[in-house]
Design a protein around this ligand. Structure first.
Ligand code: SF4
Ligand code: SF4
Length: 335
């Protein structure tokens, strides 16, 4: 499998000033690496800095990135704050009575009209909620916004991080617009988008509602957009119907591909799944990734080099997996 590499591979040595802030506890311990029992995720990054052991590093990252700003970053951050501060519309006094099938269809249509490239719905699971937070809404609507690959492919250059900020802003606008529409129909709804984490870890509901599967780089691979998208969500009590998970079998590729593992400048990507809070899955070593991530505008190199992220390639790869599996099944039947 051929691919391009964004930066020459060399040993990465983190800055002393960053490592002096490193807490005594490993981020992998906080994340539950090696734990056999399922449990809620613990807040670790992108929560209030004063509330987590790695919060000083999060603050340091912001200051470090500001010294080497990405093009147009200031305007992008301003726009992001403007969208974030928007006041939600009031919930209509009377709620519109429609079937869950109607609302399911309408949410998909509305989210697409608002600009989301991916939409899915999942019933809330308490195990997706960060420790210390509560969620009473029965449903989570997941939204995906696609990043411009021509900019993403420059990762870990600052320009790629501008694209991330831009898409987080777009995701938040769509989530808030969708929530406002639901509120105008007389139901509760709250929109949210990263990078700051909210009450829910977005990855499990996105997997549950059909966005794809985790790749070796620890991010979701989608059959249409690969790993080149960001997530947003709406929590709501609108009566809905769940979408199904999309079983792509990305492991058929990941088990024979070492691109992200080899190109990660921090050596944070493992070639074996690991036990995390009761589940065997692809897991990125937090302690190895974070120093490079912090010094390189959020990095994203692993997403950029993943062959699934190249525009137009994902559907072909998904199709190839399906055909190969069908051939193997036929051979098996013939024996
Ligand atoms: S780069 Fe290769 S191994 Fe890594 S996630 Fe993508 S397909 Fe899987
Ligand atoms: S984001 Fe982390 S895991 Fe991905 S390439 Fe960068 S350092 Fe490695």
């Amino acid at each position: 499998m051929t691919h391009r590499r964004s930066v020459p591979k060399q040993q990465f040595i983190p800055l002393r000033e960053q490592m002096d802030l490193w807490p005594d506890v490993s981020g992998n311990t906080i994340n539950g690496l090696g734990e056999p029992q399922p449990r809620q995720p613990s807040p670790i990054y992108w929560h209030a800095p004063e509330a987590t052991p790695h919060g000083h590093l999060q603050t340091w990252m912001g200051q470090h990135s500001a010294k080497n700003p990405a093009p147009g970053r200031e305007a992008l951050v301003k726009e992001r704050e403007r969208v974030h501060r928007r006041i939600p519309v009031a919930i209509a006094d009377a709620s519109t009575r429609r079937s869950p099938e109607h609302w399911h269809r309408s949410v998909h249509e509305k989210a697409r009209t608002l600009g989301a490239e991916l939409v899915g719905i999942a019933p809330m699971n308490p195990l997706w909620v960060f420790e210390g937070y509560t969620v009473s809404e029965p449903w989570i609507i997941m939204l995906g916004v696609v990043m411009d690959y021509d900019t993403l492919k420059d990762a870990p250059l600052p320009s790629a991080s501008s694209e991330v900020v831009k898409q987080y802003t777009r995701g938040e606008r769509i989530a808030r617009d969708l929530a406002d529409w639901i509120r105008s129909e007389g139901f509760h709804a709250e929109g949210h988008c990263g990078p700051m984490a909210g009450r829910v870890n977005f990855i499990p509901p996105a997997l549950a509602c059909g966005f794809g599967e985790l790749g070796k780089h620890g991010s979701i691979i989608n059959r249409e957009y690969g790993a080149s998208f960001r997530l947003a969500s709406v929590l709501t009590d609108l009566p809905l119907i769940a979408d199904e998970a999309d079983i792509l079998h990305v492991d058929d590729i990941c088990l024979g591909c070492q691109i992200c593992e080899r190109d990660c400048p921090a050596g944070a990507i493992s070639d074996e799944k690991q036990l995390v809070r009761g589940e065997m899955k692809w897991y990125v070593d937090f302690d190895k990734c974070l120093p490079f991530f912090n010094e390189h505008h959020g990095c994203a190199l692993c997403l950029a080099v993943c062959p699934w992220s190249t525009p137009g390639r994902s559907p072909r790869m998904a199709d190839k997996i399906t055909k190969r599996r069908e051939r193997l099944a036929q051979t098996h039947i013939a024996k």
